[in-house]
Design a protein around this ligand. Structure first.
Ligand SMILES: [Zn+2]
Length: 223
């Protein structure tokens, strides 16, 4: 980014604000760290990005059209690439922090085409890196004390959860199953979001609960 401080959505000119951190604030050994952001700040950015992309704050968002089309129109120099699994090693996705480029491994891309919840989260996580960290300085930490507000992975996960499951719409859900269907996410993602928002969801129950009496068989005995 030219000014090294923001990544703007071109349509609205709205920038994801970034204040350069003071070097002394940074900490974490052998890891990349970024400017601190609270959960509340990251959630607000994720919701604003949804609004900027005209996605509203209620339903399921389609990640592939965002990565494959929409971002080309709103972010200068953006590119989306699919790499062979062997090239990606163990990485499911990767965001180039110097240029606005998102890469997904082929198997994640194919799963995304099928609407797989876990892959949708991976895509939203990489999109989070793009919006929060691309073109911005990262630092090597010099302390082994973990400071969560500086952790880019934590920030990208918060972004992904809030982007896929906006707070108010999530709080309107009654059951795990409802939230999974509404937002197209995995059960794990729903459970995690519910825990963080302290929202009680009824667990997914089987439709029939069969109480088997001792010795009774539901199968027809062989004649
Ligand atoms: Zn990441």
């Amino acid at each position: 980014m030219a000014n090294g401080g923001t990544l703007s959505l071109r349509t609205t000119g709205k920038a994801v604000a970034f204040r350069a951190p003071r070097g002394t604030e940074l900490a974490r050994t052998n890891d990349r760290i970024v400017a601190p952001r609270t959960r509340r700040e990251v959630e607000a950015i994720a919701e604003q990005v949804r609004l900027d992309l005209d996605l509203g704050l209620t339903g399921r968002v389609a990640m592939l059209p965002i990565l494959e089309h929409a971002l080309y129109d709103v972010i200068d120099g953006y590119d989306f690439q699919v790499e062979e699994d062997t090239v990606m090693g163990r990485l499911e996705g990767l965001t180039d922090t110097q240029r606005p480029i998102i890469k997904l491994r082929n198997s994640v891309y194919l799963a995304l085409e099928r609407g797989d919840g876990r892959s949708r989260f991976t895509a939203a996580h990489e999109f989070g890196h793009l919006m929060l960290h691309c073109g911005l300085p990262t630092y090597r930490a010099f302390s082994d004390e973990y400071q969560p507000l500086h952790d880019p992975e934590r920030q990208a996960n918060i972004f992904a959860a809030a982007f896929l499951m906006p707070r108010q719409a999530f709080l309107a859900c009654r059951t795990v199953k409802e939230a999974m269907a509404k937002f197209g996410v995995s059960q794990d993602a729903v459970s995690c979001r519910a825990r963080i928002l302290r929202h009680r969801l009824e667990p997914t129950r089987p439709i029939l609960t069969v109480v088997k009496k001792k010795g009774a068989s539901l199968r027809r005995p062989p004649s």
